[in-house]
Design a protein around this ligand. Sequence first.
Ligand code: MOS
Length: 729
Amino acid sequence: MSKTSNINRVDGFAKVTGSATYSAEYKTPGVAYACLVGSTIAKGRIKSIDTKKAEWAPGVLAVITHLNVDKPAGYQKAKDKHNFGQPLQVFKDDTILYYDQPIALVIADTFERMQYAASLIKAQYLKEDHSTDLNKAKDKEKKKEGDKGNDYHRGVEDGYKNAEVILEEEYTIPTEVHNPMELANIIAKWDGNKPTLYTKSQGVEGTRKSVGEVFGIPAADVAVNSEYLGGAFGMGLHTWPYEIAALIGAKKLNRAVKLVLHREQMFTNVGFRPYTIQKMGLGATKEGKLTGLTHEAVAMTSSYEDFMEGTVNMSRFIYDCANVSTRYRIVPLDTCTPIWMRGPGEATGSFALESAMDELAHKLNMDPIEFRKLNYAEKDLEQNKPWSSKYLLECYEGGMERIGWKNRKNKPGSVREGEWLVGYGMGTGTFGCYRSPTSVKAKFLTNGTLVLQCSVNDMGPGTATMMTAIGADVTGVSTENIIIEMGKSGLAKGPTQGGSATTSSVGSAVNDSCQLLVKKAIELASKTDVLKNIPIADLAFINGSVTSKKDSLKSISLVEVLNANKLEELAIENQSKATEEAKKYSIYSFSVHFVKVLINPNLGKIRLAHVVSCADIGTVINQKTSAGQMFGGAVGGIGMGLMESLEIDHRFGRPINNNFADYHVPVNADIEKQEVFFVNKKDPISNPMGTKGLGETALVGMAPAIANAVFNATGKRVRDLPITLDKII
Ligand code: MOS
C-alpha cells in the first residue's frame, strides 16, 4: 500500500471552512441578478406575454423573451456530439416543449427586485395536447437516429423461450432527479465577443465547445471556471438553457449577470434519470445454468433531443449465457431532456436484471449467490475478450461474511427478530473502465513545490486529492508541497468529470507527466559539476534532489539546479491516452451490494439494518475518498430503491413533488449500519496505477439488492420502484 493511500482530502479545509468558491460566489463588480420565468403549460405556443409591469418595476435592467431577444450572431443549435450540446434554443420562438421551459429572463440590480419583477410577468398560451406519461405513450417508441447499438443478439434470438425454467417479468423505474445541494448557477460576462462563465459544469472543455457553437465563436475564446462543485451526479454533463440565457442577458447589458435556479427549477430544467420500463426474459436448466437472457428497455426522452444510456448493456456480458438479446427504444415526451444520473443506465438496468436473477433463483430453489456463481462469466462473451482483471467472487465472499449471509433462509418470511421480519438480499453491479486523452502540466518551482495543472474539475469524488497522491508517489515530493490547479480553462486540457473515468484519465496523465518531469530534472542535473561523468541510469530523484545511486554524497538539489540554470521552473506538459494493449481486454469494475432489511409486517415499515457494499475497482488510490464515494453512492442507490420518484400530474404535465419536502431522499437516520469493502488488487492492464473506476459502481446493483431483501423478508416482489410501504402491506 502506498504512503499516500490514506491522506486527507486536500480541499477539505477549504470546503468545510467556506473558503472554497462556488460558481455564484465569485465576487464580480457590478453583477446584475437574473432569474428565469417558466412556462405553465407542457406543450403549445405563447399567445401573448405581458412584460410591461416587470419592465417598469424598480431596478429592472432587462426583460428578455422570444419577442425581443437579440439572437447573438451565429446563435444556433449546438451539435450533440460532445453530449454537451444545447438543442433547446432558449427564447428562439413561441413554441413550448415542456412545463417550466424558460419563457423570460428578468434582470435587475438586486436579487429582491429581480424576484418581484419576475412575479409580474403574465403569459397567455395556445395549449396543445401534451404527452408526459411513458406508460400511455410507449407504443410511440423509436430507435435513436443513427444509433446502431440498439439491438444485440448472441446465439438464438430470444433463446430463453426454449429453456426448461423460464422467467418473464416487467420492471419499471420512475423519473429521479439529481438535485445536488448546490443549485445550478452561473455568472456570465462578456469581454467584446469573448464570454467568461463561472458555471456548474462537470466539463470545462465540453462547456467551452458547446457555448462556442451556440454563439458561433471559437471554443478557445470561451473561458470557463468551475473550480468547485457542490455535487452534480450527472446534471453537469450538459449545457442547459439557463446557462445560454444568462449569457444572452450579459451580452445585452454588457454587464456580468448572475443566475441561480430555484430549487423547483432543479426538478424541471436540468435533466433527470428517465422513467424506464424494462422486460426481462430469463431461461435456465433445472440445475440453474442460464441458457437465455433477453433484456428490453423503453425509456423516455424529450421531443427535441434523443437521449440514450447503457440500460441493457450489463446483460450482455455479466453472466455466462449462450443466447442473449437486448433491445432499447426511446419515446419522445413533452419534458426537458433526461441526462445521465449517477450509475447511468446500468443502475436502471441492474434493477431489472438483478431482480430477475433473484426471482429465477427462487424459482429454482437456489441460493441467489450460488446461482450467480454457477453462471460466472470467465470471459467477456460480448466482446469475446479476456477480462483485464475480475475479483467479483471476492466481492461475493466479502459481502456474505460481513452481512451474515449464513443466517439467510431461501424461504421468504422465515427469519424474525422480535416483531420484525428479516430479509437478506444482494445485487451485482458493474461499470466500464474508460480512459480519455488527458493533458497534465507538471512543474517544479524553485521553492521546492510541485504544481500540477489540468482543466478537469471535481464534483466531489476527490480528484485533487487523487492527483496529489499520484504526484507524490511518482516524484517523492511530500503532499504538503504539491499544489493542484484545476477546474478552469487555460490549463492543460483535461476530460469531463464523469463516467467513473476521472482517476483513470487524469491520474494516468499525472503519473506520466511526473515521470517525464523527473527524467528531465535528472537530465538537467547530470550536466552540473557535481554529477558530471555519472551515467543517467545511475541517477535517481530522491527527496527533491538528484543523487547518485552508488554514492549518496554525490547529490544536488533540484532547486540548486534551477538556480544554476537561472530557471524559474522546470515544466512538462504531456498528453496521456489508453494503450493499444488495453484494447485487447475487457476492462470493468465490479461491485456487489448486500442489504439486511427489517420489516414490520403490520406497518410495512422498512428498516435498513445493515448495508455492505463490496467492490473490485482495481487499485484504491485513496481509502478515505474512495470509501466516501462508495458510502454516498450507495445512499443514492437506497434513495432509488426506497424513496425517490418524481411524480407527474399528467393532466397538466407537471411535477407535484418538486421540493425536498415531498421528494424524499435518504438521511443518516435511514441507514443503521453501512460498510464498504474494497478488494484493492491492481489491474495489470487498465492504466499505470491499475485503477478501474468507482463512482458508478456505488449505485449499480443497490436498488435490486433492496428489492431482493424485501422479497426475502416478506415474499412480496416489488417490480416498480421505489419500494414504498403501501406496496408491501
Ligand atoms: Mo456521472 S452520471 O458520469 O456524473
